[in-house]
Design a binder for this molecule. Structure first.
Ligand code: 13P
Length: 256
């Protein structure tokens, strides 16, 4: 049974006080929770969010890391630093990193490996552009992006989550239909099966991201291969994010 994970990617939003208020609201409500909850603030605020969420069910993740263990890499942050400030998770390969910062699969495979080496759980993000979907290339693109797992052993897969985020659905208000999401997730699970076998494929969580809101979360999370949500805009305020967590709890109950 896969435990649903509801993750908020705050991206480059929320100043310290805003992030503290939001994380306090979440931590206050969820001392424990039937689903896993994760928030990923901007890196300057990881420490302050760690302080407000400590001892609650709200886990802390970073939005990015660099693969080198330390050294002369101006502007970058390594896995040890993320662990040091209280992160247990890191996002790797978000489409905004791929699109705006030129991150490619070879680099991302190194980042995934570095995150795992430093004891972090890694959310590897994949997803096709609109033009790629329209050209019928969705599965080819997803298969190629799964190369982010190139250095991940079967044992390490327990600390990997995949996030399917179709780029055309991110921040656009256009959500993938439940059929589109389920189809892509089933394809990704098939990819996991061919890489790691049936047991690992069926144990690995695959999140959906792209305009997840309170009113579409339950339907998406009820799909058999959708094991959680990676939420952008709707994770920036307590009420809509809590509504998505509650939808996760309901979906978890339905599935068990
Ligand atoms: P939105 O929920 O704002 O579409 O963003 C999705 C996303 O990119 C989460 O990582």
């Amino acid at each position: 049974m896969r435990r649903i994970l509801v993750a908020g990617n705050w991206k480059m939003n929320l100043l310290q006080n805003q992030g503290a208020a939001l994380s306090q609201a979440l931590a206050g409500k969820y001392a424990s929770c039937a689903v896993e909850i994760l928030v990923c603030p901007a890196s300057p605020y990881l420490s302050s969010v760690a302080t407000t969420t400590r001892g609650s069910a709200v886990q802390l993740g970073a939005q990015n890391l660099y693969f080198a263990p330390q050294g002369a890499f101006t502007g970058e942050v390594c896995g040890d630093m993320l662990k040091d400030v209280g992160c247990t998770w890191v996002l790797v390969g978000h489409s905004e990193r791929r699109q705006f910062f030129g991150e490619h699969d070879e680099l991302l495979a190194k980042k995934v490996a570095a995150g795992l080496q430093h004891g972090l759980k890694v959310v590897l993000c994949v997803g096709e552009l609109l033009a790629e979907r329209q050209a019928g290339q969705t599965e080819a693109v997803l298969e190629k992006q799964m190369a982010g797992l190139a250095q991940v052993s079967a044992e390490q897969m327990a600390n990997i989550v995949i996030a399917y985020e179709p780029v055309w659905a991110i921040g656009t208000g256009v959500t993938a239909s439940t059929e589109q999401a389920q189809q892509a997730h089933a394809f990704l699970r098939g990819q996991l099966k061919s890489r790691y076998g049936e047991a690992i494929a069926s144990a690995t969580r695959i999140l959906y991201g792209g305009s997840v809101k309170a009113d579409n979360a339950l339907e998406l999370l009820s799909q058999p291969d959708v094991d959680g949500a990676l939420v952008g805009g709707a994770s920036l305020k307590a009420d809509p994010f809590i509504a998505i967590i509650e939808a996760g709890i309901q979906a978890q109950t339905q599935k068990s």
